[in-house]
Design a protein. Structure first.
Length: 688
C-alpha cells in the first residue's frame, strides 16, 4: 500500500519556488513577475479574472487582497513535475491559526497563470474562500503546464516502483510534497472536483495519503461506458464530438492556452450531424485522424479491455477499508454524469459499510450546486433555491468538520447530517435517509397494456404487441431546442412533442388519487422484436401534469404547465449489447427477445392529479448516434447504405409481459438541513 511506501524525493522549498525549476510560467498578460516566492502587497493591483457577474468581480478583488499566490512544480516519483498553484490566506484572514489544505486536480487548466494573476473564485464555494483555506490547484499529468503524457480516465497502474504511476500515486505524491513544503497548514488535506476533476478526487480514494482525510467527488466520472459518451453501449455523439474536438487536440509541449473550439458552421446540431452521415465521415471531413482519443473510441465499439481498464468502480469496490471521509455529490438532472455519483457511493458502501461515506443528490444539472441557485431547470421550478443551503449547511460543514477548520465550531450543536441527503423531485423537498436506496422501499411494478394503458397487474392477453417504423432518415429528436449538442434542459423537457410522433409508443396510467413516490433504481424489462437485426431501445419515465396545473413565475413565453409531460428519467440501451456489452449479438428477425433497460435512480413523487407515463422509441437524435438497424460488426464503420428503416414491436402479452419495475416509499415531510442562522447580507468593504 502507498501509505507504507517511502515518500518520493522532494525538492527543497527554495528550489521549488525558484527559477532553477525552470517554471515555464505562462502569463495571460505581458510584463508579470517570474515564478518566485511572492510577497503580496495588498496595496498593489494584481491582475484579476474579469466576469460579467459583479459579485464574481467583487470576490476576485477580495481574493487578491486576502490570499498570497505562488506557482510550483511538484515532482512525482517517476521524475515528472506537475504544475501547481497554491493560494495561502494572509494573516488578516487566518489570524495565526493553522489552516487545512483543499486540493483540486484538473485537466481543464489551473488558470489564470502567473503569480500576480488571480481567479474570480476559490474553492468549492465562496463561503470556503472567505473562511480561509490553503487552496491548491494542479494541472494533471500531461495537461497544460504539467509534464508527462495525458491519458483519459487514467487506468490503474499495473507495476510498482518509480515507473508505476496513476492518479492515486500522483495525488499521494502531491499531498506529501504539500505537507513538507507549504507553511501554515494543520496537517489535514481535503480534495474536491466536479466532473472530470471529480474522477480525480474519487481516484485518490483508491490509495490515499494518510493526511488526505476528506474527499468530495462531485458529478464524478466512473466508467465511460455508462457516463458521458456512452449509455449502455449507445454512443452520445455530439457530447464526445464537441468535447474531444478541442479537449482531445494533442499539445505541443507546455501551454497555457486551450485549442480553438470546433466551428460547426450552424447553430443547429440536428442539421449538422444529419449532414455528417455515418460516423466514419468525421475523420474524412474534419478530424483527419488528429484526435487520438476519437480514433481510440472508433476502434473500440464494444466494452473490451480498453474500456474496462478505465472503469474506476472495481478499484473502489475492492478496498478493504475506505480511509478518508467521502461525500459524493450529484444532480438528478445531470445530463453528463448521473451514473458516476450513484455508483461510486454504492461501490464504497459495499467495500466498507463502516466508512464515513455519504451521498447528496439534488435537483441539479451538471455541477448546478456550484454554478446556479438551483431553483429550477428549463420550464421546471423547484420552488426554492437549493444550492445556497447545500453550500452553507452541507458542503462547508463537511470540509470544516473533517479538516478541523476553525469554522467547524459553528456546527458543534447541529444535529448529525444523514448518510443520504436526497432531493425529492415532484414534491420539491429534501429527504434524509440512513442509506440509499432507502431500506424501507417496497417493490412496485407497472405493465404495458393495450390501447396505451399502464396496468398494475400482468397482462393475460395472447400474442399482443404494438408496432412502429423506426427510420434512420427521420429519427426522433431529443429536444425541440436548436442546439449544437446536449442541452441541460432535455432531462426535464416537456415530451409532448415526442408523444405526437408515430414512432414513439406511449403508455399512461390513470389520474392518481394519492401521491406515488418512487425511490431508487428503475428497470424496464421489455419484450421486443424487429424485422432487422439491430435496434436501440429508449425508455422514458414521464410525470404528466394536470390540465389545470398553474404556471409559475418565470415560465418562458408561450409555455404552460397544464398537461406538461415532465421527463423524470430516461435511458437507452444499444440492443446488440442486451446480453453482454463485450459481445454484441444480432436479433433474430421477428423473434420476441427480452431486453432489460436499466434506468438510473430517482426520488420522485407523482402528486395527486398527475399521471405516470412511459414512452418507448428507437432513436434519439442527435443525442445518440443513429443505429443502422441492419447488422454491421461496428456501427462506427457503417456505410450509408447500412442505414435502413425497420419495423419494431413491443410485446405485452401473458407470455411476453413488458414491465417497469421500481420501488416506492411513503410520503414524508421536508427535511432540509437548517442549523445555521439565515445568512445576513454579506456585502461590505472587506469581503464580497
Amino acid at each position: 500500500m502507498l501509505r507504507n511506501r517511502a515518500r518520493p524525493p522532494l525538492l527543497p522549498l527554495g528550489l521549488a519556488t525558484a527559477s532553477l525549476l525552470v517554471l515555464a510560467c505562462g502569463r495571460t498578460s505581458p510584463g508579470t513577475a517570474s515564478c518566485v516566492e511572492p510577497h503580496l502587497d495588498v496595496s498593489t493591483s494584481p491582475n484579476i479574472e474579469s466576469s460579467d457577474d459583479p459579485s464574481a468581480d467583487a470576490l476576485a478583488a477580495w481574493i487578491a487582497s486576502n490570499y498570497a499566490k505562488r506557482e510550483v512544480r511538484i515532482p512525482m516519483r517517476d521524475g515528472a513535475t506537475l504544475f501547481t498553484a497554491i493560494y495561502t490566506p494572509t494573516e488578516a484572514l487566518h489570524a495565526g491559526a493553522p489552516r487545512p489544505i483543499l486540493l483540486k486536480r484538473t485537466p481543464y487548466s489551473v488558470k489564470p497563470y502567473g503569480e500576480d494573476e488571480y481567479p474570480s473564485s476559490l474553492g468549492p464555494n465562496s463561503q470556503l474562500a472567505r473562511d480561509g483555506y490553503i487552496f491548491v490547484y494542479q494541472d494533471v499529468r500531461g495537461r497544460f503546464m504539467s509534464d508527462g503524457e495525458f491519458v483519459n480516465m487514467t487506468p490503474r497502474r499495473t507495476t510498482e516502483g518509480p515507473e508505476g504511476v496513476d492518479e492515486s500515486s500522483d495525488t499521494y505524491d502531491t499531498v506529501a510534497w504539500l505537507l513538507d513544503n507549504v507553511e501554515g497548514h494543520n496537517g489535514r488535506v481535503g480534495q474536491w472536483g466536479i466532473s472530470y476533476p471529480g474522477f480525480y478526487a474519487a481516484a485518490a480514494v483508491v490509495e490515499p495519503h494518510p493526511a488526505l482525510v476528506a474527499v468530495s467527488p462531485q458529478a464524478p466520472i466512473a466508467d465511460w461506458w455508462y457516463d458521458d459518451f456512452h449509455h449502455n453501449g449507445a454512443f452520445l455523439l455530439p457530447h464526445l464530438f464537441n468535447f474531444i474536438s478541442s479537449f482531445g487536440v494533442p499539445r505541443d509541449g507546455h501551454t497555457t492556452e486551450w485549442p480553438p473550439r470546433f466551428e460547426h458552421g450552424t447553430p443547429d446540431g440536428f442539421e449538422f450531424f444529419t449532414r455528417l452521415g455515418p460516423l466514419k465521415n468525421a475523420n474524412a471531413r474534419y478530424f483527419e485522424h488528429g484526435l487520438p482519443f476519437w480514433d481510440a473510441v472508433m476502434a473500440h465499439p464494444n466494452y473490451d479491455e480498453f474500456w474496462r481498464r478505465r472503469n474506476l468502480l472495481p478499484h473502489l469496490a475492492a478496498l478493504e477499508s475506505v480511509g478518508p471521509a467521502v461525500m459524493t455529490v450529484g444532480g438528478w438532472f445531470d445530463a453528463e454524469d448521473l451514473y458516476g455519483p450513484l455508483h461510486i457511493y454504492a461501490a464504497l458502501e459495499g467495500a466498507d459499510p463502516q466508512a464515513r461515506n455519504s451521498l447528496v443528490m439534488g435537483p441539479w444539472f451538471h455541477g448546478g450546486w456550484s454554478r446556479s441557485a438551483g431553483d429550477g431547470l428549463g420550464d421546471l421550478s423547484f420552488g426554492r433555491e437549493t444550492s445556497p443551503g447545500y453550500q452553507r449547511e452541507v458542503e462547508r460543514r463537511f470540509f470544516a468538520v473533517e479538516l478541523q477548520h476553525p469554522s467547524a465550531a459553528e456546527y458543534a450543536d447541529c444535529p448529525a447530517l444523514p448518510e443520504a441527503l436526497i432531493f425529492e423531485t415532484g414534491a420539491n423537498r429534501w429527504r434524509q435517509f440512513e442509506q440509499w436506496p432507502p431500506a424501507a422501499a417496497e417493490p412496485g411494478a407497472l405493465w404495458l397494456g393495450p390501447e396505451g394503458a399502464l396496468l398494475d397487474a400482468a397482462p393475460r392477453d395472447a400474442a399482443a404487441n404494438d408496432a412502429f417504423i423506426s427510420d434512420p432518415a427521420h429519427p426522433v429528436p431529443f429536444t425541440t431546442q436548436v442546439a449544437k449538442g446536449m442541452t441541460r434542459e432535455y432531462m426535464t423537457d416537456d415530451q409532448r412533442f415526442a408523444a405526437q410522433r408515430p414512432d414513439v409508443l406511449v403508455y399512461a396510467g390513470p389520474v392518481l388519487e394519492a401521491p406515488l413516490t418512487l425511490a431508487g433504481p428503475i428497470e424496464a424489462a421489455l419484450w421486443v422484436s424487429t424485422d432487422q437485426r439491430d435496434a436501440d431501445w429508449i425508455v422514458k419515465l414521464i410525470d404528466v401534469f394536470p390540465d389545470d396545473a398553474p404556471d409559475h413565475d418565470g415560465l418562458r413565453e408561450g409555455m404552460h404547465m397544464g398537461g406538461y409531460q415532465m421527463m423524470v428519467r430516461s435511458e437507452i440501451i444499444r440492443g446488440r449489447f442486451r446480453n453482454d456489452p463485450a459481445k454484441p449479438e444480432p436479433f433474430t428477425p421477428g423473434q420476441p427477445t427480452q431486453v432489460s433497460v436499466p434506468l438510473q435512480d430517482v426520488l420522485h413523487t407523482f402528486e395527486p392529479g398527475h399521471r405516470v407515463m412511459i414512452q418507448i422509441q428507437s432513436s434519439w437524435f442527435p443525442l445518440v448516434d443513429k443505429n443502422p438497424q441492419a447488422w454491421v460488426d461496428s456501427i462506427y464503420a457503417a456505410e450509408a447504405a447500412d442505414f435502413v428503416a425497420a419495423e419494431h414491436r413491443l410485446w405485452r402479452d401473458a407470455e411476453h409481459p413488458s414491465v417497469i419495475r421500481f420501488a416506492t416509499i411513503d410520503p414524508g415531510e421536508d427535511q432540509t438541513p437548517a442549523c445555521l442562522p439565515a445568512p445576513a447580507d454579506e456585502a461590505s468593504g472587506d469581503q464580497p
